[in-house]
Structures are given as structure tokens and as C-alpha cells.
Ligand binder design. Structure first.
Ligand code: BJW
Length: 228
């Protein structure tokens, strides 16, 4: 293989599964427990904000009880040791990459621990006081929402991501079903630009045939083995 100078990694819910965070589409996953149109669309939030806020409160409480696993730590080690350009893009709203030691993480679907004001568009931390549903700390409007990307909304920092995919030598997708766009299309974007592409997932994803190579098994085993 040619020399690798630029790596883009994409992670999904599967990388946090062994830490004890529910994935979305597995049996018993979040979309079996909740209707996606009720809790992960702007229309659902407009209809019943309390239901949606409760769903994200529950996810935040679950996050407080878990720890990063060897897959998160292996990616932090790769970032620290790799001399070239490295971009870690996650679809996850948890903070397990950061707690596992990653320094730069691009959260394309937002973050559980962040609030977004729909009036002034300022972000603020989602801390314990938020259980009382306070107004925006900056403009005082009662218009705070979870700072996450729902269906029909534009994921964050797409220009930066497509820029990195356009010059990547290696694209690695970890723990994602390939069911949600635009992330599901990153492999084709990277391939078109000449990158080698690798899938590391429990099972073949929906887009597994787009990858040059696919390895299947638990991320907690596959990722450290690949990094070492
Ligand atoms: C393990 C494991 C272990 C288990 N080890 N692996 C075509 C083009 C563009 C858009 C569309 C399109 N067709 C339709 C759309 C619209 C829509 C979409 O994709 N719909 C699909 C259902 C078809 N997309 C959107 O609306 C997006 N916005 C958008 O497209 O804007 C316009 C635009 C166009 C073009 C360019 C740019 C913009 C927004 C999508 C927002 C998704 N939001 C959510 C919720 C976020 C907040 C929250 O967390 O609550 O994001 S939905 C949910 O799915 C969440 C996830 O990030 C996302 C992906 O899920 P993920 O991570 O893949 O999880 P799972 O459960 O699906 O898979 C887990 C995998 O892990 C499985 O394969 C397991 O096997 C594996 N696994 N254990 C390794 N131990």
C-alpha cells in the first residue's frame, strides 16, 4: 500500500456499544424503544418537547454511568502517534472519544452535553441545572434544545469533512450501520478521491461492498488490533 499521510476515521454507535451505550438499529436498540419520528425530528420536538427532552435526559444519565472502551483508547493512541493529518469524525453524541483520550473530535451529529438556543443560536453546556428547563443563559429566551442533529437537519461541519475526505489516503469506518446519510456516503466520496477504505464493524454494514476491505467483529477487539 502507498504511504499513508492523511487519515479520516468515521465512528458510529457500534464503537460505544461495548461501553454499554445502546445502538439505534440493533434488536432492542433505541429505535425499537422509541419512535424515531417522535424523538429525533424537529417536528417531534415541536409537537412534544417534554418527551424529546426526557429522551435526551435518559441518554445523558446512561452516559454518566459508562466508560470508554479499548476501541476509543486505540483511536486516541493513533491520533497521538500518527505524524500525518488525522481527522476523527463521529456520529455519536456521547463523549467517550474525549474521555478515551482523543484530543480533536468532530461531532457531526452534535453532543449530548451541549444545548443550542434556537433564538440566538449560542451553544452552552448542558449541565445538571438543565433539569429545571432554564432559559438560554445568553439571551434569556425559553428556547433551548439539545444540540444534536435530527433527521431533516444539516449535520455539522460538512465542508471540513468533505475537504478531508477529498484528500484522504485512508478512510476507516467503525461501528456504523451505513443506514444514515450523508455519513453513509463518505466511503464513496473517499474512494472517488483515491483513498483506501476499510470497514471495522460487528457485521457487514449496508454499504460494506463499497469498501476495499472489511473486517467484522467487536470494535473493542478489531480497533486495537488494527491500530497496533
Ligand atoms: C458494533 C458493535 C460492536 C454493534 N463493535 N460494531 C440520501 C442522501 C442524503 C440524505 C438522505 C438520503 N436519503 C435520506 C436522507 C435523509 C436522512 C437519512 O439518511 N435517512 C435515512 C434513514 C435513509 N438524513 C438526514 O436527514 C441527515 N441530514 C441530511 O441529510 O441533511 C441534508 C444533507 C444532504 C447531503 C449532504 C449534507 C446534508 C441528518 C441525519 C441525522 C441523524 N440523526 C441521528 C440522531 C442524532 C442524535 C441522537 O443521537 O439522538 O444520528 S439518527 C441516528 O443514526 C444517530 C446516529 O448518529 C445515526 C447513525 O447510526 P449508527 O451510528 O450507524 O448506529 P446504528 O445503530 O444504525 O448502527 C450501529 C452499528 O454498529 C451496526 O452496524 C452494528 O452491527 C454495529 N455494532 N455493536 C462494532 N461491539
Amino acid at each position: 500500500m502507498a504511504e499513508i499521510n492523511r487519515i479520516v476515521i468515521l465512528t458510529g454507535a457500534g464503537i460505544s456499544a461495548e461501553s454499554g451505550i445502546d445502538t439505534f438499529r440493533s434488536a432492542g436498540g433505541l429505535w425499537e424503544q422509541h419512535k424515531v419520528e417522535d424523538v429525533a425530528t424537529p417536528e417531534g420536538f415541536a409537537r412534544d418537547p417534554d418527551l424529546v427532552l426526557g429522551f435526551y435526559d435518559m441518554r445523558r444519565e446512561a452516559l454518566a454511568k459508562v466508560e470508554p472502551n479499548p476501541a476509543h483508547r486505540a483511536l486516541a493512541k493513533l491520533e497521538a502517534e500518527f505524524a500525518g493529518e488525522f481527522l476523527l469524525v463521529t456520529q455519536n453524541v456521547d463523549d467517550l472519544h474525549e474521555r478515551g483520550g482523543s484530543r480533536q473530535v468532530l461531532h457531526m451529529h452534535g453532543e449530548l452535553k451541549s444545548a443550542l438556543c434556537t433564538s440566538c443560536e449560542i451553544r452552552s453546556p448542558w449541565d445538571d441545572t438543565m433539569a429545571n428547563r432554564p432559559p438560554c443563559p445568553v439571551c434569556q429566551a425559553p428556547t433551548l434544545r439539545p444540540d444534536v442533529v435530527w433527521f431533516g437537519e444539516m449535520p455539522y461541519q460538512m465542508e471540513r469533512i468533505y475537504g478531508a475526505l477529498g484528500s484522504a489516503d485512508l478512510f476507516v469506518s467503525i461501528g456504523t450501520s451505513g443506514a444514515v446519510y450523508p455519513a453513509a456516503g463518505f466511503v464513496q466520496e473517499a474512494r472517488q478521491s483515491g483513498a483506501q477504505t476499510l470497514e471495522l464493524n460487528l457485521e457487514p454494514s449496508e454499504g460494506t461492498h463499497f469498501f476495499h476491505e472489511a473486517r467484522h467483529g467487536p470494535a473493542g477487539e478489531l480497533v486495537p488490533r488494527w491500530v497496533d
